[in-house]
Design a protein around this ligand. Sequence first.
Ligand code: SIN
Length: 476
Amino acid sequence: MNDYLMYMNGSWQGESLEKLIVKNPANHEEVGTVPIGGAFEANEAVASAYQAFQTWSKTTAYERANYLQRLYKLLIEHQEELAEVMTREMGKPIQESRGEVLYAASFLEWFAEEGKRVYGETIPSHIGEKRMQVWKKPIGVVAAITPWNFPLAMLTRKMGPALAAGCTIVMKPSGESPITAVKLTELCEKAGFPKGVINLVTGKSSEIGQAFMENEQVRKVTFTGSTEVGKILIKQSADQVKRLSLELGGHAPIIVLDDADIDLAVKGAIASKFRNTGQTCVCGNRIYVQVQVYDKFLEKFTEAVRALKVGNGMEENVQIGPLINQDGVDKVAKHVEDAVERGASVLTGGARIEKYEGTFYAPTVLRDATSEMIVMNEETFGPVAPVQPFETIEEVVELANRTKYGLAAYVFTESVGKGTRLVKQLDYGIVGWNDGTPSAAQAPFGGMKESGLGREGGREGIEAFLETQYVSIGLE
Ligand code: SIN
C-alpha cells in the first residue's frame, strides 16, 4: 500500500499529517493513503495558485494549449494505470474506467484548442469617436471540488477550461477516490506545468471547502456533488460574491413512447441507468413507458438487466461493480423496500448480494412504480430501475417535470414531430433522444432548477472561467 501526498507550489507535501486510508469497495482491501489536510493546507495551496496566476495569466493561449496537449498525451499513455487505480479505489468496472480516462483526456484536448478561440467583441458605437470593445480576462484562482463517482473526468472537465482560460487551480477530490487525483497530478508535474499552476489538497471536505470560500484569493469555486452541499456553497459564496459553477444532483426520467424502437430503448436505458452501477448524476432514475409497449419493454429490459455481470470491477467483462460504501447500499435497499411496500413488484434483483465481501446490490427492475415512492423522487445512486406506465404525452411531461431536479432526461421515439414537441416541454439541461449516453467534451453539461448553475464542457465551459470587461475607447 502506497502513501500518497498533496501537491502545492510544485512540491509534494503532507508527510507529517494524519492519513486517510482508501479502501476498495469490492473487497475492502487497502489501496493507499492520502494526508488529511484542512484549512491550513487549503490556504497554502491557494497562496501558491495565487502567486502562479500572476505569470500563468500572462502566457498566450498557444503556450497554455501546449501544456494541455502534453497532459492529454500523458493521460492516453497512462490509460491502463489510471483505469486500474480508479477501479481499485471506487469500484467502477475496468472497461468503464478505461473509457473514463479517454473521456477525461478529451476535455484537455478540446479545451486546449478552445482557449485559442476566446475572442472579444467590437460593438458598433452610437458615437463616431468611440470604439466599444469587450475583452475577456481569466477570472483568477479557481478551487475545484470533485466527487468520487468520476474521479478523473470531473477534474479534467474543470481543469481543462480553467487552465486554458489562464486561471490557476487548487483541486480537492473526494475522500472516497483521491488517489486517481494524485495520479493525475503526477502527470501534470510530468507535463511540466510551472509550479503553483496546479495544486492538490486532500482531507477534510467541509473544512477545506469553507477555507476556499473564506479566502479572498479564490475567485471561483466549481463543484460537482449533491444539491444539498451546492446550497451550502451558494450561501457561503455570498460574503465575497464569489463566482460559482455547480453541477448538482439529478433524477433523470427515461421516456419511451409507443413508436419507439424497443431494442434501442432497452439498450439506451441500460446504458443510462446502469453506467457506473447507477452512480451517475445523469443516470436514468425512473422509466416511463407508454401503455401500448409497457409489457414488451419490460420483458426485454428485464432480460437485459438479468444478463448484467456483477463482480469485482477488476475482472474483465464485469458490468456492475460494488456501490461506493455501505451507506450507498442502505439507501438503495431503502428505496426498493419502500417501493415494494407501496405496491411495486420486483422483476429481477431486489436484494443485497451477500456472497461478495464488498458493498454490492443486485441490478433491479421494479414494475408499476408510482409517484409517491421514494425512488421516484430522490436520487437513488444505485442499480435500481423503477418503471411506470403512462397514457398520453401531456401526462408524461407532467410526470417528468414534477421533481426539483432538471439535469438530464432521455426520450425514445422514432417520430421527429412527437420527439420535438416532447423535448421542448422538458425542463432539463441535457436530453438524450434515442441516446443513453449524451455527455461529450464539446457539449454543454449542466442542469436546470435545483440541478445546478452554469454549464461545463462546450463553449460555455470556458466562459465559466472568464470575466467580461467592457472597454470604451474615446478616439478624440
Ligand atoms: C456526473 O455524474 O456528473 C458525470 C456524468 C457525465 O459526465 O456523463
